[in-house]
Design a protein around this ligand. Structure first.
Ligand code: UDP
Length: 481
């Protein structure tokens, strides 16, 4: 693997290649594997700057794999000196924080130069524990670079999940960061050289094939959700517990404050709903030629925005921008900024809502969609990325073009004003998640992939060939019925 990337710190000298075969398990009877998530700490608080879906994915997959019999070590970069170096989540699953660069928060786009230190720290940890992981599952492109470096020196099986694909992301941002070319090159290298890529939706697989490379192996295994935690309870009970009005029409946003999440589209759509009249055709003087009244009683509208932020960081700035928009559009009395909410209380918010809106400009998977649906809440989402896969239009919610304020307003209005249909959506949404997106199902599928890769590595059979007959075929996953 040649990356043509000059690291600022040299990587530890290659170790002699290991003989083929597995090292003796550190925990008798359990095969140790490593999950690497450079910036998404699996033990971190979720819902703040750069702590979102990737953290949840790695943590949940790790814990579920441990339940299936693996010894799971999850590696991330240490961002606070007083954070514990090792967090034990369960008997066979732990987070290990490696020192790579300053023990401080560093934005993703400035993190790459510390990855050689991350590789060295990983190798030092392995040497100290006397462990050699025969399989490493990396998350996000910088961890992919780490995995590719390790693969040069040892006989590891490398599995990678993108979480975000640069070639798509850079289409949606006005300014490409300086690191963009390096990222795009590494994203191609990993697709062509990893033993298998895990795409979280058929849409992501298509994207990788059309924008990144035709070479390499891809297996589609979706993200999941904790269906024991995210399930519906009576709406009235959830509202009472949260102090929300029983007759309010509650529109919910859950997620990070990031311009790519498109929260301003949602705020503008709510402002249209509050005006009460949809005006698609304007005259030359700006007057409304074809007014279409919304069905919703505008005084009942309530917008609830859930997500954490730090005032001096990028998410704090985005929150300020959204708050200013809410003020400017006269929605302040009908909007509540709740702040960060943990997964213990989030089911209450999802259940209390009449509709959950995901207005992202780009969304590789979008865990919030399946969390909301698991709680029986219909979703109105942008017709992009993984949301096209999880949300079934007219069955579990509605998909609309990203940034289209009128389309969002109309879709929200349809769900808020058709009680019987909304009830059907609620039921179908929760069935779809239960049948297709449980973490235990996702982990079983990953576990199957790992086992086959490890078996192949012993028998020299080469790259993993996905076989839809043997593994669940997500394209054929059941729709809500
Ligand atoms: N989240 C949370 N508390 C919050 C806001 C978000 O726990 O206040 C969680 C949310 O439940 C979901 C994750 O953050 O599990 C967001 O994942 P998603 O894939 O939707 O978006 P990402 O953050 O990866 O862009």
């Amino acid at each position: 693997v040649s990356l043509n990337v000059k690291p600022s710190v040299s990587v530890a000298a290659p170790k002699p290649a290991r003989p083929i075969g597995f090292p003796r398990p550190r925990v008798p009877g359990r095969q140790a594997i490593a999950l690497i998530s450079d910036h998404g700490d699996p033990a971190a608080d979720i819902g703040k700057e750069e702590a979102g879906g990737q953290n949840v994915y790695v943590r949940q997959v790790g814990e579920a794999l441990a339940k299936l019999g693996w010894q799971v070590d999850m590696f991330t970069r240490k961002v606070k000196a007083d954070d514990p170096t090792i967090v034990q989540h369960s008997a066979h699953c732990r987070t290990i924080r490696l020192v790579a660069g300053p023990q401080d928060f560093i934005p993703r786009d400035q993190l790459f130069s510390y990855m050689p230190e991350f590789v060295s720290a990983f190798q030092a940890f392995q040497a100290k524990e006397g462990t050699n992981y025969p399989l490493i599952h990396t998350n996000y492109w910088m961890s992919a670079w780490v995995g590719l470096q390790l693969k040069q020196h040892t006989n590891i099986q490398l599995v990678h999940t993108y979480h975000s694909v640069g070639a798509v992301k850079y289409q949606a941002v006005p300014l490409r960061p300086a690191i963009a070319d390096t990222r795009l090159r590494i994203e191609q290298e990993v697709l062509e050289n990893a033993n298998c890529i895990v795409a979280t939706s058929p849409q992501e697989e298509e994207t990788l094939r059309s924008l990144v490379s035709q070479a390499g192996c891809i297996e589609v295994i979706p993200c999941g959700t904790d269906i024991e935690n995210f399930h519906s309870i009576p709406k009235a009970e959830a509202r009472a517990q949260l102090g929300l009005g029983q007759d309010e029409a509650i529109v919910l946003y859950v997620g990070r404050f990031d311009p790519r999440k498109g929260i301003d589209t949602l705020v503008k759509a709510c402002a249209r709903l509050k005006e009460g009249v949809n005006c698609r055709v304007l005259g030359v003087d700006g007057t409304c030629l074809i007014p279409t009244p919304y069905a919703l009683n505008p005084s009942k509208l309530k917008l609830v925005i859930v997500g954490g932020s730090e005032p001096d960081q990028a998410d704090g700035q985005e929150r300020q921008r959204i708050e200013a928009k809410v003020q400017e559009l006269g929605l302040a009395d009908q909007t509540e900024f709740v702040g960060r909410v943990g997964h213990d209380l989030l089911p209450l918010y999802y259940t209390a809502a009449d509709v959950c809106v995901i207005p992202s400009h780009y969304e590789p998977f979008g865990l919030v969609a399946i969390e909301a649906m698991a709680c029986g809440t219909p979703v109105v989402a942008s017709d992009v990325g993984g949301l096209k896969f999880t949300v079934v239009p007219e069955e579990t919610g509605l998909l609309v073009p990203p940034k289209d304020v009128d389309a969002f307003a109309n879709a929200i209005d349809r769900i808020l004003s058709q009680e019987l249909w909304a009830k059907k959506l609620r039921r179908q949404a929760s069935i779809r998640v239960q049948q297709n997106f449980s973490w235990s199902g996702v982990a079983a599928h990953l576990s199957d992939l790992y086992r086959h890769l490890l078996a192949q590595s012993i028998s020299h059979e080469g790259l993993w060939q996905p076989t839809s007959e043997r593994l669940v075929n997500p394209a054929a996953m059941t729709k809500a019925s």
